[in-house]
Design a protein around this ligand. Structure first.
Ligand code: TYD
Ligand code: MG
Length: 442
């Protein structure tokens, strides 16, 4: 006979104890320790659970998941998703209130309906008549199914019973997972998401969850559920545009971006982001450099700005926005040591115009030249874009996808690209930072 033992488990925090206690030793809750009877580990002679064979598949016996992708109907969104929605995959769309999450997803709902996929919109944030008004303005097909139900258990049952292929939950912060839960708390957001995620995966629905990012943090943020979802997208504002970015993607590359403009008719894809981001660029001003950058797989021309001013402080300030400050520090050190640019005593500010963030090392040369231009008060000639990673010796290193960056520059009003060599290419080839400076102001 197996021995029976009793454990006491706190129903507040999950702490276990072998003896009954009036107060939980970890969280301090009174009367929360509940008895749980467990079978002790079976001995050699104890009857064992019948052994069931492990289910083994081969790669070839499994269905091809790539074939289950459904185009979203909006190319800029497909780019970010890696080709479209995946059946049974859960996507989180995070962004600040008012950025356009509900608008974009109503438009995407319409695209799914147009392809004949039943679509369910869980409207936890707004009344159904508010959603109807907006949906009609956006021209969403009237077959869209709506509910105000926010009980995650009830919703999960509905998913299992009716199997809608496309489901939007607006938002995770309105979900409740148990009877006395308050929406927006960590437990409700996490448990509610878990219930819906499991149901969607069982029935193969593509589930999109909206999560508000709040600066004040009164409600649990999307971070709480990030590990449960397959794909996380962030919707942000930059230069008056809306940038949709892949933060995490189990089914495709991360780091991709899509660009939209918020109009009275909803979110409109921007077909030429390089042009859009450079529209407000100041002309003939020192301290401005155009970089042929790469965001995910997309070549994009962006402006890097620098300003240098005499510092009132003993140790001058280095203020960087949209770039890795450590990379900028390295570039400034190279300018000072290899090119003898006098930076001591100057506060230096460097940023990517429009509030975009760049992790592309190819931005180094634009940082170097914008600072050089600012300090020497010489504007970079019109029509010139630059690219290249700067090494500690002042050498220029090649960058990923140089050919596509050259092509992108060629499509814009910055066709003269200065950068590291590439066989067979006709751009302005330079091997060091000093050569780049000579070539730009040739
Ligand atoms: P919304 O999608 O409600 O943002 P979120 O769901 O992220 O909180 O949209 C935010 C703003 O966009 C709202 O203030 C109104 C504006 N808007 C437009 O400019 N055009 C439109 O077609 C729609 C529907 C909204
Ligand atoms: Mg909304």
């Amino acid at each position: 006979m197996a021995k029976v033992s009793t454990t006491y488990i706190c129903n507040e925090c999950g702490t276990q104890s072998p003896v009954k206690m009036g107060k939980c030793p970890r969280c301090g809750a009174w009367g929360s320790m509940e008895a749980q009877v467990a079978q002790a580990a079976p001995g050699r002679t104890a009857a064992r659970r019948p052994v069931t064979p492990v289910v083994v598949e081969t790669l070839s016996s499994l269905a091809d998941t790539a074939a289950q992708r459904v185009g979203s109907g909006i190319a800029e969104v497909d780019r970010v998703l890696g080709g479209g929605w995946v059946a049974g995959a859960v996507t989180l769309l995070a962004g600040e209130p008012g950025i356009g999450k509900s608008t974009l997803l109503l438009q995407l709902a319409h695209e799914m309906l147009a392809q004949g996929h039943t679509t369910l919109y869980v409207a936890g944030e707004e009344s159904l008549s508010q959603v109807k008004m907006r949906a009609e303005r956006l021209g969403v097909a009237s077959r869209l199914e709506l509910t105000r139900e926010t009980d995650a258990r009830t919703l999960a049952e509905h998913f299992r019973a009716f199997r809608p292929p496309f489901i939007i939950v607006d938002s995770v912060q309105t979900l409740v997972a148990d009877d006395d839960g308050t929406p927006g708390t960590v437990t409700q957001v996490r448990d509610g998401t878990a219930l819906l995620t499991q149901a969607a995966k069982e029935v193969g629905s593509a589930l999109v969850l909206i999560g508000h990012v709040t600066k004040q943090g009164q409600v649990a943020g999307p971070k709480v559920v990030e590990h449960m979802v397959d794909t996380t997208l962030a919707l942000e504002s930059a230069s008056g545009f809306r940038v949709l970015r892949t933060m995490k993607n189990r089914f495709g590359p991360a780091g991709e971006m899509g660009v939209f403009e918020m109009t009275t008719g909803g979110m409109r894809p921007v077909s030429n982001p390089s042009e859009a981001f450079l529209a407000e660029r100041p002309r003939g001003v020192a301290g401005s450099a155009i970089v042929a950058a790469l965001e995910g797989q997309r070549p994009l021309l962006l402006e890097v700005q620098a300003l240098a001013a005499k510092s009132p402080y003993a140790s001058p300030r280095r203020t960087v926005q949209g770039l890795d400050p450590r990379r900028v520090d390295v570039v400034l050190a190279v300018l000072e040591r290899r090119l003898e640019l006098p930076l001591a005593g100057l506060d230096v500010y460097v940023n990517v115009a429009g509030g975009l963030r760049l992790t592309d090392p190819g931005t180094d040369l634009a940082v170097a030249l914008s600072v050089y231009s600012a300090v020497t008060n010489r504007p970079i000639p019109e029509g010139t874009a630059v690219v290249g990673e700067v090494g500690l010796a002042g050498e220029l290193r090649s960058v990923a996808q140089l050919e596509r960056r050259i092509q992108e520059a060629g499509r814009t009003e910055f066709p003269r690209l200065v950068g590291p060599p590439l066989a067979g290419s006709k751009h302005v080839t330079v091997r060091t930072l000093a050569e780049a400076i000579a070539a730009v102001w040739a």
